[in-house]
Design a protein around this ligand. Structure first.
Ligand code: ADQ
Length: 493
């Protein structure tokens, strides 16, 4: 994508100290692409955090502090065409390996996702995590106006609230965790548990997706003998924790969501005859299957992609699904590709895709259509519309926006959603065909229920989808951001 296509345009803006609303996240919403000839361009960076926060920043015309996605590069701050000031923070190759791949994604990610793979505890990674958090906090301190609101995002930056509180006590600081917060006994395995908890407790408000996350956090605070008062509330800071230094922190449940109006607008723009024709052509190109299953994920071991492929394979093998009648499309965005557990996951997924097609495909008619790349939002919505049954089967997921995006394309109540009970989204989308992703038999059962339900009981299926559609439409990303920022505002001293 070119600079103009993403709306990113260098203006050389001097940002220091005049931004009243600052978001700081590990990644900017756009990644710098360095071509072999040295040309630079920008493309949207992957993942749920960017999907959720981009519309919020555009509405507030805020400043976004983050890494531009390429090591050893620190482009000048620039403003996007949509009015967001992007303030890049440089990470070196060393930082990338030790802070990003190491501590963030090989220590914290697996630990917070309930040990799906074993976390590695490495002291030099921790040093890099501290250094990089200090750098992010320092950048925020230079761009934030007096008494500004700063919203710190996610597990890579848990020390930032603590550092900011020291260097800029005038700021109001919110922190949101996009991934699950683990049970206290798992968190307490972390050798640097005291420092991280102290860092978080210098925020004014901490938000989690789910009640279960808040319960885990409160239990941890109690284990540290901290005073906890209030009760868990949705979209409010119902709990107050008093830190050892007397500082009071609000804690609440703020379930993240999606930009439903942007999805509706794109769907409306694509409701013309040619767009329908295009969709039908894709369907014909696939051999006109009567049922299309769809998976859309970052290629991450938490997402349960292999398990869903194995369930599909067994259903074909047993004859419960007919390979000449069904197809499964799996879109898998490349993610954290140099980390061993990710490499292994990719190779197992690709081996399964090859084996399933080897066993059941005919020439020119694969049963699994696999793409290991990102697609644009327009194309993604087209796939959501194409699908009969959406498969979202993570072992553990903070929320999972893909499930909500699929549901938001179903104003007509068509289709079905197979959803892991361990995705945060299952709390709100309880009308889905829920399954235990650790149990292949249960995934198969949910896939078949969804398939038969579409034929045998279309009215009941429509009711399920309609209930989920209303839930998503009424609880969009604006509600998430406004409720969090409203609660943060109330916490101002
Ligand atoms: P992720 O783990 O990245 O997010 P998710 O919430 O599903 O997971 O968001 C993925 C986003 O990437 C979606 O907006 C989706 O449309 C997009 N995407 C995925 N595959 C794609 C592809 N092939 N091409 C284009 N786009 C693709 C983290 C947490 C989640 C939490 C979010 C937000 O792990 O649990 O829901 O943050 O808090």
């Amino acid at each position: 994508m070119s600079e103009t296509a993403t709306g990113a345009e260098a203006t050389g803006t001097t940002a220091a100290g005049n931004n009243s609303f600052v978001v700081v996240a590990n990644r900017l919403p756009v990644d710098m692409i360095l071509e072999p000839d040295g040309t630079k361009s920008w493309q949207e960076s992957p993942g749920g955090l960017v999907s959720a926060l981009s519309p919020v920043l555009e509405k507030h015309q805020g400043c976004w502090v983050g890494w531009p996605g390429v090591a050893d590069e620190a482009p000048e701050p620039f403003r996007t065409e949509r009015g967001v000031l992007l303030h890049p923070v440089e990470l070196t190759h060393y930082d990338y390996e030790e802070f990003y791949e190491g501590f963030s994604n090989a220590t914290l990610w697996p630990l917070y996702h309930n040990l799906i793979v074993t976390p590695e505890f490495n002291r030099s990674w921790w040093d890099a995590y501290r250094d990089v958090n200090l750098r992010f906090a320092t950048e925020v301190a230079t761009v934030a106006a007096p008494n500004a609101t700063v919203w710190v995002q996610d597990y890579q930056l848990q020390l930032v609230p603590g550092i900011l509180r020291q260097i800029r006590p005038d700021l109001t600081i919110g922190f949101f965790l996009h991934i699950p917060f683990p049970p206290s006994e798992i968190y307490r395995q972390l050798p640097w548990r005291d420092e991280i908890l102290r860092g978080l407790l210098d925020a004014d408000l901490i938000g989690f997706h789910l009640e279960a996350n808040v319960r885990n956090f409160v239990e941890l605070c109690r284990a540290y003998d901290l005073e906890v008062s209030g009760e868990i509330k949705i979209r409010e800071a119902g709990i107050t924790i008093t830190a050892a230094n007397g500082h009071e922190i609000g804690v609440g449940v703020f379930p993240i969501s999606i930009d439903t109006s942007a999805i509706a607008a794109t769907l409306a723009a694509n409701s013309h005859h040619e767009a329908h024709e295009e969709l039908e052509q894709i369907h014909r190109d696939m051999g006109s299957p009567s049922t299309v299953f769809l998976g859309v994920d970052r290629l991450d071991y938490t997402k349960g992609i292999l398990q869903r492929l194995l369930a599909f394979e067994e259903l074909l093998d047993s004859g419960a699904l007919d390979p000449s009648e069904v197809a499964l499309v799996q879109l898998a965005t490349p993610s954290r590709e140099r980390i061993d557990s990710y490499r292994i996951t990719r190779s197992k997924v690709e081996e399964a895709v090859g084996r399933i097609n080897g066993r059941f495909a005919q020439i020119g008619r694969p049963v699994v259509h696999y793409q290991h790349r990102s697609v644009t939002k327009d194309v993604l919505l087209r796939y959501y519309r194409l699908a009969d049954i959406m498969l979202v089967t993570p072992f553990r997921d903070g929320m999972n926006l893909v499930a909500k995006e699929f549901v938001a394309t179903r104003a007509d109540s068509s289709g079905a959603l197979v959803l892991s009970e361990f995705a945060g989204a299952a709390d709100e989308l309880d009308q889905a065909h829920l399954c235990n992703p650790f149990d292949i038999e249960d995934i198969k059962k949910a896939m078949l229920q969804a398939t038969w339900g579409l034929d045998d009981n279309p009215e009941a299926m429509k009711e399920r989808m309609s209930a989920m559609y209303n839930q998503v439409i009424e609880h969009d990303v604006d509600l998430w951001a406004n409720s969090f920022l409203g609660a943060l505002d109330k916490s101002r001293p």
